[in-house]
Design a protein around this ligand. Structure first.
Ligand SMILES: NC(=O)c1ccc[n+]([C@@H]2O[C@H](COP(=O)([O-])OP(=O)(O)OC[C@H]3O[C@@H](n4cnc5c(N)ncnc54)[C@H](OP(=O)(O)O)[C@@H]3O)[C@@H](O)[C@H]2O)c1
Length: 346
């Protein structure tokens, strides 16, 4: 069929940030993709490689500013949005007809308007929200296949939801789920504030947003779509003194005594068709998933107590890589296309 052989024409909104940088790193080498334009209002006119020096001599693209009439930016099949929360809410309704969208922000992840407005302090998308599919690829593949618009999951949400989905889908949990999650500093984007600046974080360790992190509602909403979630998720976020990577430790009380081998077997079966989820022994390590689209998971059980460790690269599986994985499915390509690369050792 046509769609799998011709190039998919792509526009990237917000291409000068970290998420945009990763989209470019992947899409410029994707065999079925052609990046038509990249926006960066502050850098309009500059070569992309002047901002993303890793792309020197690899692209002639220049940043463009977002125009009032989005048609003027170029003819595309799909728009990726790597903009701060709130901006895709305004831009998606202005997309030329027939253009699909994949949004990396939280603008379209939450179905309940009141919950969205509490966590994001923005007006909910209303009816437009119904056209979005939540893009946690491994658990939502069927819906993503025909999707017009994708709400790409948050980085913490990806690591956590992949760690917890088998437990909820197989109805193995009783009582509370507790998640202790840590992120590297690139999770805060290219523009730093005093408390998110890498030099402040690199020799330090602290918790932030207790009980109020904006990824809590999307994780709960997603888990509820798979099965029974008895109690609110207890979810704590921490700053890890590295640039990239998320590591989530997810604690659960199981319905009955289980063994590590048994639960590992359940996870392997649940993710049997998921190339990008690797069930590993011992502990995952953010080193082995860094710069890749893999999520490494291990499970450990003592009686009825279980812990699931889950590690991803926040900018790849937690953002741009998963977005491209979703694009592949939306356009009838093999899910792995353009995304099979290992990390480095060490
Ligand atoms: N960083 C992560 O690990 C991660 C993971 C998953 C999802 N996300 C989400 O992906 C989106 C982009 O994140 P990011 O980390 O790539 O952010 P970023 O590095 O700060 O980049 C933001 C991009 O948006 C543009 N922009 C437009 N108006 C802006 C404004 N008022 N303030 C700041 N930037 C503005 C910036 O370029 P111009 O100003 O030149 O237009 C830039 O291209 C966010 O919604 C974020 O929540 C991020």
């Amino acid at each position: 069929m046509g769609e799998s052989t011709k190039k998919i024409k792509i526009g990237i909104y917000g291409g000068s940030g970290y998420g945009g940088s990763e989209l470019l790193r992947i899409l410029l080498f994707h065999p079925n993709a052609e990046v038509v334009f990249v926006t960066g209002n502050e850098h309009a006119g500059k070569p992309v490689s002047e901002v993303h020096r890793n792309l020197t001599s690899l692209t002639d693209l220049r940043f463009v500013a977002i125009t009032d009439d989005l048609n003027e930016l170029g003819d595309i099949d799909v728009a990726f949005f790597g903009l701060p929360h709130g901006q895709a809410l305004e831009l998606v309704p202005r997309l030329p007809s027939g253009v699909r969208a994949i949004d990396l922000s939280g603008d379209f992840r939450i179905d309940d308007p009141a919950v969205f407005e509490t966590f994001y302090k923005k007006k909910h998308a209303g009816d437009l929200q119904k056209r979005f599919v939540y893009g946690l690829t491994e658990t939502n593949r069927e819906a993503i296949l025909g999707a017009e618009y994708i709400a790409n999951p948050g980085c913490f949400a990806t690591a956590t939801a992949l760690g917890l989905s088998p437990l909820i889908a197989k109805n193995l949990v009783t009582g509370k789920l507790i998640v202790d999650a840590k992120t590297g500093s690139s999770g805060s984007g290219a523009r730093h504030a005093a408390n998110t600046h890498h030099p402040q974080r690199v020799n330090s360790f602290y918790a932030y947003k207790p009980f109020t992190h904006q990824h809590v509602p999307e994780i709960e909403q997603h888990l509820r779509s798979l099965g029974k979630l008895d109690e609110p998720l207890v979810f704590m976020t921490h700053s890890l003194p590295v640039s990239r990577g998320i590591f989530a430790s997810c604690y659960a009380e199981l319905e009955r005594d289980t063994t590590t081998d048994e639960l590992t077997g359940i996870f392997r079966e649940f993710y049997r068709d998921a190339f990008f989820v690797r069930i590993v022994d011992g502990s995952p390590d953010i080193n082995w998933v860094k710069n890749t689209n893999f999520c490494d998971i291990s499970v450990h059980v003592s009686g009825r107590n279980a812990v699931v460790f889950s590690a991803i690269d926040n900018l790849v599986k937690g953002a741009a890589g998963q977005a491209v994985q979703n694009m592949n499915l939306m356009f009838g390509l093999e899910e792995k296309t353009g995304l099979v690369f290992s990390g480095s050792n060490p």
